[in-house]
Structure formats: C-alpha cells, structure tokens
Design a protein around this ligand. Sequence first.
Ligand code: TXA
Ligand code: MG
Length: 323
Amino acid sequence: MATRRLAADAAGIAEAGALLRAGGLVAIPTETVYGLGADAGDPKAVAAIYAAKERPRFNPLIAHLPDLAAARREGAFGPDALALAQAFWPGPLTLVVPAAAGGRVCDLARAGLPSVALRVPGSALARAVLAAAGCPVAAPSANRSGRVSPTEAAHVLGDLDGRIAAILDGGACPVGVESTIVACLDGPPVLLRPGGVPRANIEAVLGRPLALPSAPAGSAPVSPGLLASHYAPRAAMRLDATEILSGEAALLFGPAAPDGLDRALLSLNLSPAGDLAEAASHLFGYLRRLDAAGPAVIAVAPIPADGLGEAIRDRLCRAAAPR
Ligand code: TXA
Ligand code: MG
C-alpha cells in the first residue's frame, strides 16, 4: 500500500477524516507525538493498528476526541476526572475512566477492560481531524512497537511507510513526550504514566497527591504500556553519566560540559539553557539521531526530576531497560 502524504490544510484534514471513517489507518500529529489513528469503534481498523505496529500483544489504546462533550459520551467522569479535564483539555493529559454504556470505543481498543483511556489533544490540527472523522480515534504512538516514539513525519514514515493509508504532515510535535495518564476509577486518582502535564500541576488541581499504581504480584500490569524496554534505541543507554567514555554518543542537558566530551562520537544538547520543556521537545528526535551515528552506548547527562523532567527520565529509564 502506498502511504499518501496529506498536507495540513482543509483538503488534507477532510481526506484524513474520510480515510478514518472508512476504516483506514492515518498517522496524525498531536502536540505530544504522532499517533497512528483508526476508528476506535471499528474492531477491524483497531486490529490493523496492532498489525502495522507489530504490537506483540493487545495493549489498550487511547481514544482521541475533539472535545469534552464527545469524551463524556465514551466515559463516566466523576468530580476528579471532570476537574482535570476542565483544567487540562485540550492538552497532553489522558484520563482513564469507567467506559460508558453505549460508548463507541470497541472492546478491542480497550483490550477488554471495563475502563477507557480518553484524550482531547492540544493540537488544533489533531482536533480538526477528529472533528472531520466524527468518531473516537484510537491512536498509539505511530512507531513500530518498541521503537522510539515519532515527533516528526519523517520518523513515522521511517517506521511505517507502506503500512498505513496516509500521514498528515503537521511538522514537529511541540511537547515531544507522550501525554500524562491519570486513572480516575474508584479510589484516589492514580498516575499511570508521567508525561506532558507535570505531576505538580495535576496535584494542584486535585488538591492532593496522585497515588501510585498498585500492581499485586502476578496480576496484569495496570497500564500494559508501562513495561520496561520501550522506546529502545539500538545502542545501550548509560544514564546520569558525568563523564563520556571513548566511542560513546552523548545526550547532554544544561550548560555544563561533562568530562571527556571530546571523545564523543556525536553529542547533542537537549537544552543548553537547562529548560525542561525544550529538552522534552528534542528528546525522541535526538535519541534517533544519536542512535543513527551507530555508537555502542549513548551516555546521558543527569536530568532533574522536577516538572517535565519526570517524564523525560521515565522515557530514558525505559530506553535503558534490559532487552
Ligand atoms: O501522547 C499520547 O498519549 C500519544 C498520542 C498519540 O496521543 N499516545 C500514546 O499511546 O502514547 P500509547 O498507545 O503509546 O500509550 C497508551 C497507554 C498505554 O500504556 C496503555 O497501556 C495505556 O495507555 N492505557 C490505555 N487504556 C488504558 C486503560 N483502560 N487502563 C489503563 N491503561 C490504559
Ligand atoms: Mg508508544
């Protein structure tokens, strides 16, 4: 299948919407990363997402909606979920809530769970495509399973060209790390994945700390995508490196130069000024570029854990996990 390149204009948006409605796979830019979209109500289209990504096993998907009203047709919003949706939507926050009776998101997209993950993206272009599609759009990151998430159209095509109907090219994704996922089920809200909305902002709205996921031994993971060895570059990763060893590539942060920097095969700085939002926006693209230089190891400078640093460190730890 030849993958069509759609422009980010009215015709491209209408075409993306029509392809989605017809059961096609369309990569769409969001403010976080590119998503691989399909009609979340069409099990055949959702199954095609898993096939194109080569996701090894069924992992529930986020359903994307153009606004809160559409989201409320798919899930039951208690007071916490409603407060978070009103504070952060449109934006990089995903809410896991009880699935609504009569919602369109199919069982396969929810991996059979009684809950559903919902998100109204901050990207106006993404919302325009969702409105044109007129259905909830299931969209995991538009990369092959286990690879680094795509923040530019070229990343998507490198992984999926010929496997999907179309890609809407909206340029680079400004946030650069995936959405924060918060479960609002029974009990206190739980942080399932740190992401584009910092934890502190969410806790400020809730007026209390987020709970941690509790996974009783032997049970399925609460959020299956939270497995280790995700976002894996070919190179091994060495985190919190304060010295660069011979033959390593270096991922830097802030104004300080680590010892041995002249030995680096290639070095890129996520944010010379030490700005975590800038660093997040460069993270996945720089990992891909460093990996393409072919080092055995990518050494990563220490990155603070506050604000967006929590999400950046989370993705780096997964990229560093044994595989
Ligand atoms: O920023 C993002 O969230 C991007 C863009 C495209 O929107 N999407 C994304 O999707 O990161 P994906 O499939 O890579 O991650 C979705 C995560 C997975 O970890 C999955 O396990 C979790 O959401 N998830 C989905 N439904 C869930 C549910 N009902 N309960 C718990 N976790 C759920
Ligand atoms: Mg992903």
